[in-house]
Design a protein around this ligand. Structure first.
Ligand SMILES: *Cc1c(COP(=O)(O)O)cnc(C)c1O
Length: 391
């Protein structure tokens, strides 16, 4: 375990935490550990079960290195690396809930997490209810005696509402519930939900941590009080992350701070430019003064991410196709967080229930990567011209 100045600086954590060259023959990086069997030398060792590693499914030096970095970044008690962001969400939810319990989920939550709640938790006799992401302290009115968890995602990764995490944490704790926050958008570089009262922070490590669109990973970081339940559920379910994938996470994390800074600057440049375009009726980015939650974002975040949305003037599906199909630099696809820019028409209606989305325009989500921003603007400009002609 590396020790740092207090408070530790993010850049130094990213470059130095989670690796121990002395135990790797001086090599700078912790290599890929592949392995199931871990050997015991004696019967006494087998009986004692005290070795650092007992069986590969529980982890290895590569996976533990990643966990150490994320723990330090989030200011957590501990972190578990899991196979995907969705696995992080489902394990976190299961760690708080049993039959007869209730969970409150933000209406802006990542849709597959909603599907897990509706299609699996409900079959286990757990109720899942959805709340307005802007509810803040008002969430106290939704608490039931059996509400044991709240799942927040701030900002939501399609519609970018910023949530009042301290107020929601207070209401949850007053009811004996735990607050889980999906922090994938800002990453711990710009937002630290545990410091604001959350109990569990989850990441789609697939996105900013990996950073190159070439691996899946998730992380769950917790307070000391929430750790035992998360660790137990993860262990019982048998989730395991390979050393190969863990290595890609650890490699990505080394440059997380400088990538986040570059994403932030480029995304803001494009967002400001989009605000001037006649085909655009709204730009939904929390760091823009026009965003309804801008003050809350300023209070609780120190920066912004690569991802935001805008709304295109209403128009036909054919016009939308004319906009996206012929793009030369932006590509269309799920996920985000890589070096390449993405432009995705969002099917928002099915992803909401508490607060229906009423804007008639096409909701478009952008991930701004590392291409030249003038090239990105030219690609969008040409798309707007095609859209204007076709709609
Ligand atoms: C992508 C995403 C997830 C899920 O991550 P996977 O690794 O794809 O399972 C969870 N939350 C948010 C906000 C995401 O964008």
């Amino acid at each position: 375990m590396t020790s740092f100045s207090n408070p530790p600086s993010i850049e130094t954590i990213l470059t130095h935490a989670g690796r121990d060259p002395d135990s790797q023959f001086g090599f700078v990086n912790t290599p890929v550990y592949r392995g199931s069997t871990v050997l015991f030398k004696t019967l006494a060792d087998l009986d004692a079960q005290k070795q650092r590693f007992l069986y590969g499914r529980a982890g290895n030096p590569t996976t533990e290195g990643v966990e150490e970095v994320v723990t330090a970044l989030e200011g957590a008690y501990r972190t578990k690396l899991v196979p995907s962001g969705l696995a992080a969400i489902t394990i976190a939810m299961l760690s708080c809930l049993k039959t007869g319990d209730d969970i409150l989920i933000t209406d802006s939550a990542y849709e597959p997490g909603r599907k897990f709640a509706d299609g699996y938790l409900t079959h286990m006799g757990i109720t899942a209810r959805y709340y307005d992401p802007r509810i803040g302290a008002g969430i106290a009115d939704l608490m039931q005696p059996n509400t044991r968890a709240v799942l927040a995602e701030s900002p939501g990764s399609l519609t970018f509402e910023v949530q009042d995490i301290p107020a929601i944490a207070k209401a949850a704790h007053a009811n004996g519930a735990r607050l889980i926050v999906d922090n994938s958008w800002a990453s711990p570089i710009y937002h630290k939900p545990l410091e604001l009262g959350a109990d569990i922070v989850v990441h789609a490590g697939t996105k900013m941590f990996v950073g190159h669109s070439d691996a899946f990973a998730g992380t769950i970081s917790t307070t000391e009080a929430a750790w035992a339940d998360v660790s137990r559920v993860r262990t019982l379910l048998g989730f395991f992350t390979s050393g190969d994938d863990a290595y890609l996470v650890s490699r990505g994390l080394k440059t997380l701070a400088i990538r986040m800074a570059a994403h932030q600057e480029r995304a803001l440049e494009i967002a400001h430019w989009l605000e001037q375009q006649p085909e655009v009726t709204a730009v939904i980015h929390p760091a823009l003064p026009s965003h309804p939650d801008h003050a809350l974002w300023k209070r609780d975040f120190t920066g912004s991410g690569s991802l935001f949305s805008f709304v295109l003037q209403p128009g036909s599906r054919e016009a939308l196709a004319a906009f996206v199909d012929q793009m030369k630099i932006f590509s269309m696809g799920y996920s985000w967080g890589g070096f390449e820019s993405l432009c995705l028409p969002v099917a928002i209606k099915g992803a909401r229930s508490a607060l229906p989305w009423t804007d008639e325009g096409h909701l478009m989500r952008l991930h701004i990567g590392f291409e030249d921003t003038e090239d990105l603007k030219a690609d969008l400009r040409a798309g707007f011209d095609r859209y204007a002609k076709a709609r």
